[in-house]
Each structure stands twice: as C-alpha cells, then as structure tokens.
Design a binder for this molecule. Structure first.
Ligand code: ZN
Length: 150
C-alpha cells in the first residue's frame, strides 16, 4: 500500500507540474464545465467528437493539484477512444474512487489510472479527483450542463 501511495504522490506531482492536453481546442465540437464547490476547483473541458470517437480533448481551469493531475490523466486515458469506452472508463474509475479505503479496489481495465485510488486516503479530496470524470461524462452526454460534484 505504501508503494501505491508513493507512486500516487509522484504521478500527481508530475501531472500537476506538466499537465497533458492543457489549453484550448481550436476545432472543438463541444465543451463542458465542472465545478467542485467543496474545494473550489473549476474545470473547462474541450472535446472534439468525430462520429462515435473522442478525436480530441483538452482542458483548462484552476484548482488544486489533485484536480489538475486527475484531469491530465483522464484526458490522456480517453483521447482517441470511442464514447462507449470513455463512459465505461468513467464507471470503472468512479467505482474505484468510491470504494471504501478498507476494501480492495477493482483495478481491472483502468491501467495506470489505478494510482488515483491513492486519493481514498484523503476522503475530502476524492471529489477533486472525480471532478474531471464527471465533467467528461457531461461533455459526452449533456454538453451544455455544468457538472458538479455535489
Ligand atoms: Zn481540489
């Protein structure tokens, strides 16, 4: 478990320092906004949907290190995938983040996103980590709504 939390710290720091897919997306087909009132994290997610595929994705916003790193990891993980695959990943990550800390997480199909499970040690920050995922779901299913973690 401490190996996982070391890896968690390392990945969060790295993605916070050098967020992937940061900035506007000039040829976006839609966007969604996310807000986590508990921490004050704000996120703007830009998507380019081509048929049933997420051809492009980027984000901007202001928030804590965990919200930013999670958005960076999320955009990396879903870019180029089909919308069905992206929503399936949302479900898997959501299940993982909401698994109680004293129970083993199901890491199947989440790949390197498994490090996000480390946030469960800090229950107040779980919503910081899930914000990007709720915003992704909203960008795919209902792009004009503001996704809220509350
Ligand atoms: Zn936060």
């Amino acid at each position: 478990m401490s190996d996982l939390s070391d890896l968690y710290q390392e990945v969060i720091l790295d993605h916070n320092r050098r967020p992937r897919n940061w900035g506007a997306l000039p040829d976006e087909t839609g966007h969604a906004e996310g807000y986590n009132p508990l921490c004050g994290d704000r996120l703007m997610l830009h998507v380019k949907i081509d048929g049933d595929r997420l051809a492009g994705i980027s984000f901007e916003g202001s928030g804590c290190a965990i919200s930013k790193a999670s958005a960076s990891l999320m955009t990396d993980a879903v870019k180029g995938r089909t919308l069905t695959e992206a929503l399936d990943l949302f479900d898997r990550v959501h299940d993982m983040l909401t698994t109680p800390i004293d129970q083993p997480v199901d890491e199947s199909g989440v790949g390197k996103l498994a490090v996000l499970a480390g946030v469960r040690e800090f229950p107040a920050r779980v919503k910081c980590a899930s914000l990007a995922w709720h915003t992704l779901k909203s960008a795919i299913t209902n792009p004009h709504e503001v996704a809220r973690t509350e």
